[in-house]
Design a binder for this molecule. Structure first.
Ligand code: OOG
Ligand code: MG
Length: 254
């Protein structure tokens, strides 16, 4: 398949909620091309009217790297179609084998057009919130190589964001975060697990986006990557994430 064909193939797998074979098994493509495939798959979404609303980083914590067996930082694109409102109930059938993970979200205050340094973060980021990311690999058994997961837009499929609050630079690198399913804690971690400081995810994104010639725009959202492993969702689950000092966010599945 050409890169364009692979992009359409993965886009269709997502739309049909049907797992497919890892595309790298029968197709030879580089990591750079995997990102091109990712962008082409987003173009399919844009052609259907979806809008890019932000970016996500993946494998920014050891817990996630170990769970999935991929040890390189990755980045993907979020569209408005993936947004789930806080408190919503959604149907589990829209996904293949969804997992949830607790995340920290940042809001972009000023266009990021170049690699930025941690010291200038407050120029570019002014708000943060607790979030939940729903990931749903399009690959059978949720198994993939680095190139496969990148081509598949890093398993992106949904996210829920809590109340936006002022960025707390002072404490951001030491906040407890947890994931609860039906009121029971299933994952517990600390924000330090995310690259020692989740703001470093923004720094990494600024570098990667600028290498790719992309601007991370004012108002867009950045998910820093999960601090803990992800958990499979089942029917009638209420999923809640709590971030120390920043409250909770929840949604549920039928
Ligand atoms: C890939 C996405 C990783 C994170 O927060 O580390 C990710 C996956 O685990 O399927 O979103
Ligand atoms: Mg994630």
């Amino acid at each position: 398949m050409t890169n364009q064909e692979i992009a359409k193939f993965l886009d269709k797998a997502a739309q049909d909620a049907k797992a497919v074979e890892q595309v790298s098994v029968h197709n030879n493509f580089s990591l750079e091309e995997a990102y091109e495939i990712q962008r082409l798959s987003i173009k399919e979404r844009e052609a259907r009217g979806e809008k890019i609303v932000g970016y996500k980083l993946g494998f920014t914590s050891y817990a996630k790297m170990e769970q999935m067996g991929v040890h390189d930082l990755i980045w993907g694109i979020l569209t408005d179609e993936m947004t789930i409102q806080s408190g919503d109930e959604v149907n589990l059938d829209r996904w293949i084998h969804p997992r949830a993970e607790p995340e920290i979200a940042f809001k972009v205050k000023k266009d990021i057009t170049k690699p930025i340094a941690l010291a200038e973060i407050s120029t570019y980021i002014d708000e943060m919130a607790v979030a939940i990311e729903i990931i749903d690999s399009r690959y059978k058994n949720f198994k993939f190589s680095l190139k496969d997961v990148v081509a598949d837009n890093c398993s992106s499929t949904g996210y829920v964001i809590g109340k936006w609050q002022d960025l707390d630079i002072e404490n951001i690198a030491d906040l407890n975060i947890s994931l609860k399913i039906n009121d029971e804690i299933v994952e517990k971690g600390n924000s330090s697990a995310i690259l020692d400081n989740p703001l470093k995810s923004v720094i990494e994104l600024s570098r990667l986006a600028s290498e790719a010639g992309l601007t991370v725009k004012k108002g867009q959202v950045i998910l820093a990557g999960a601090a803990t492993a992800a958990v499979y969702l089942k029917n009638n689950n209420k999923i809640e994430s709590e971030l120390e000092n920043f409250g909770k966010v929840e949604f549920s599945v039928k």
